[in-house]
Ligand binder design. Structure first.
Ligand SMILES: NC(=O)c1ccc[n+]([C@@H]2O[C@H](COP(=O)([O-])OP(=O)(O)OC[C@H]3O[C@@H](n4cnc5c(N)ncnc54)[C@H](O)[C@@H]3O)[C@@H](O)[C@H]2O)c1
Ligand SMILES: O=C(O)[C@H](O)COP(=O)(O)O
Length: 535
């Protein structure tokens, strides 16, 4: 069945065409995002949801979204999506981090000019037939200091435009390197220094607990008299009532605002104040940016729904198209190692250690670890996947350790998973050969070479004669074909293991007969999400 996507915000229709071209069914309901009840009623019919900022993807909506696998944000900010709730349900949330950056940066610059020269008010006055040349005295931008708070994608474009406008640009961003600042021709400063020096301040951070209210009354008090403030990032970074007071007192000479504490903003303490220029969250609203983000989000979502490729996901490691062919077999291997340990373990897991040896150490180990954890938890939590597994492991207080090392054995690369419970430590290692098939190469420290099949039986036994005969005869009598039979032991007469790869599931009576044999310590039927040998 073709995957089905709902577009619930005003995305360019380019997205619809791309979904169709890629074999994805699509319903385009651009106003539905504003009607949360109706959206909740139908969301259960979709594998994908494409949104902008009007659709609020809340925990409540996610509960109803029983089929949903991906939320695609045609834009940057994902603060309208409950990411932890989506992750818990295994839903990937992806955005388009660059598609509207230039457009938004240009809007910030436009607001800066509008505030410097009071353009909107001058326009209204002039068109009203007044000729108020004296009322609209402006300030020049050249030579002024622009303070950029948050110098990521958009902030750095604004900064370089500022340099182009012959401004002095200072930036505060804890993650901005001095080298990058030098490359941009700007100066990295602390926040208080920015406040003290800037004639214009522009905000470009995400909304986080640390940035909420970053410009409040206390911050404004540290600023130059006559400063002008632009916010094209997120409402709530600036405390609107504090700014309104400062504008009324004359401390702040003007403000350009595209985003508001409450949106849609029908009222704000800033509305109606002299030299405040407001736009209704138009930062990303240009034809070019909307084409970019719609095209990109539809491609990303279709790639995921149709091919499983992941890019620009907020809650899952990306797998690029280039690395996918090499990585995919190892993702499957990691999942099988996790599934082996998960099915063999009956007690609560205390810790998981994953070692990447040789070639696997250089791979995308975040993706491999996520797959291993998903496999591990799958026997306990049916709906777990690579998105939700790392979060679930954390929530369950399971300690996760990852290590990488140079090639240590005969294999170019392998992965070893060690799981510790209250009672025991169990380890399993595997690799993929050039045929792309995952194999177990070591269990409990015992070497073997076992291709992984959908149905398997794992036994531990004392190394004694007759085990092969027992297993062969018991399965033969029950009419279950053995596709592959692997044995291993630590020493003659010591601990031994057997792994049987079967063409069908282990019948209950077979398991009982096997377990009844005096040399068999344990026998565990296993199932893996790999192609069925009989298929
Ligand atoms: N108005 C609009 O229509 C519109 C359009 C696009 C993006 N946005 C918003 O613009 C903002 C910036 O987007 P971006 O793509 O540049 O994001 P980005 O992630 O590329 O950059 C954000 C920068 O903020 C920095 N930062 C984080 N915490 C900080 C802190 N406490 N103090 C200072 N800097 C901090 C980060 O290090 C990063 O460099 C986001 O809030 C985004 O949602 C708005
Ligand atoms: O984060 C973003 O990309 C912007 O806020 C744009 O939001 P919009 O797509 O709703 O215009």
């Amino acid at each position: 069945m073709a995957p089905r996507v709902l577009v619930s915000d005003k995305l360019s229709k380019t997205a619809v065409q791309i979904f169709k071209d890629r074999g994805v069914e699509v319903d385009y309901m651009p106003d539905l995002g504003k009607d949360k009840d109706q959206l909740a009623e139908i969301i259960g019919n979709y594998d994908g949801l494409a949104i902008r900022s009007a659709t609020k993807v809340t925990e409540k909506l996610i509960e109803k979204a029983t089929r949903l696998r991906v939320v695609g944000r045609a834009g940057i900010g994902v603060d309208n999506v409950d990411i932890p709730a989506a992750s818990r349900r295994g839903i990937i949330v992806m955005n388009t981090p660059f598609g509207n950056s230039i457009t938004t940066a240009e809007h910030a610059i436009a607001l800066m000019f509008a505030v410097a020269r009071q353009l909107p008010a001058a326009d209204v006055s002039t068109q009203a037939g007044k000729w108020e040349k004296n009322r609209f005295m402006g300030v020049e931008i050249t030579g002024k200091t622009l303070g950029v708070i948050g110098c990521g994608n958009i902030g750095s474009i604004v900064a370089s435009r500022g340099v182009g406008l012959k401004m002095r640009v200072v930036a505060f961003d804890p993650f901005l390197s001095v080298e990058r600042a030098a490359e941009l021709g700007i100066e990295k400063v602390e926040l208080d220094e920015l406040f003290a020096r800037a004639d214009f301040i522009t905000l470009h951070t995400p909304m986080t607990d640390r940035t909420r209210g970053i410009v409040d009354a206390a911050a404004i008090a540290k600023m130059k008299d006559g400063v002008r403030i632009v916010n094209c990032a997120r409402g709530g970074l600036v405390v609107e009532k504090d700014l309104a007071e400062a504008i009324k007192s004359g401390k702040v000479a003007g403000a350009g605002f595209d985003v508001f504490e409450v949106e849609p903003a029908t009222e704000s303490p800033l509305f109606g104040l002299e030299n405040v220029v407001c736009t209704p969250h138009l930062g990303a609203s240009t034809t070019e940016a909307q084409e970019n983000v719609a095209l990109q989000v539809a491609e990303q979502m279709a790639d995921y729904l149709v091919h499983g490729a992941v890019s620009n996901a907020i809650n899952m490691p990306s797998i690029t198209a280039e690395e996918a062919p090499k990585l995919t077999p190892f993702v499957k291997l990691a999942e099988c190692l996790g599934a082996f340990a998960g099915q063999a373990t009956e007690e609560a897991i205390k810790s998981v250690e994953i070692t990447y040896d040789g070639a696997t150490a250089g791979m995308n180990t975040r993706a491999l670890t996520s797959a291993a954890l998903a496999g591990l938890l799958r026997s306990q939590v049916a709906s777990v996947n690579m998105v939700s597994a790392p979060l679930m492991v954390k929530e369950r207080g399971i300690k996760l350790t990852e290590s990488r090392r140079d090639k240590t054995g005969v294999f170019d690369g392998y992965i070893q998973l060690t799981v510790t419970t209250e009672k025991q430590t169990r380890s399993v290692a595997g690799t993929c050969f050039s045929d792309g098939k995952p194999r177990f190469i070591q269990i409990k420290g015992i070497n073997l070479d076992a291709e992984i099949g959908r149905y398997m039986l794992y036994t531990t036994n004392n190394d004694a004669p007759g085990i092969i005969g027992l297993l062969g005869t018991t399965f033969g009598k029950a009419g279950v074909n053995i596709a592959n039979f692997q044995l291993g032991r630590d020493r003659p007469g010591g601990n031994a293991i057997a792994l049987l790869y079967l063409d069908s599931p282990v019948p209950e009576e077979v398991l009982k007969s096997v377990l009844a044999h005096k040399e068999i310590e344990s026998a565990k039927p296993l199932e893996f999400d790999v192609a069925d040998a009989a298929a």
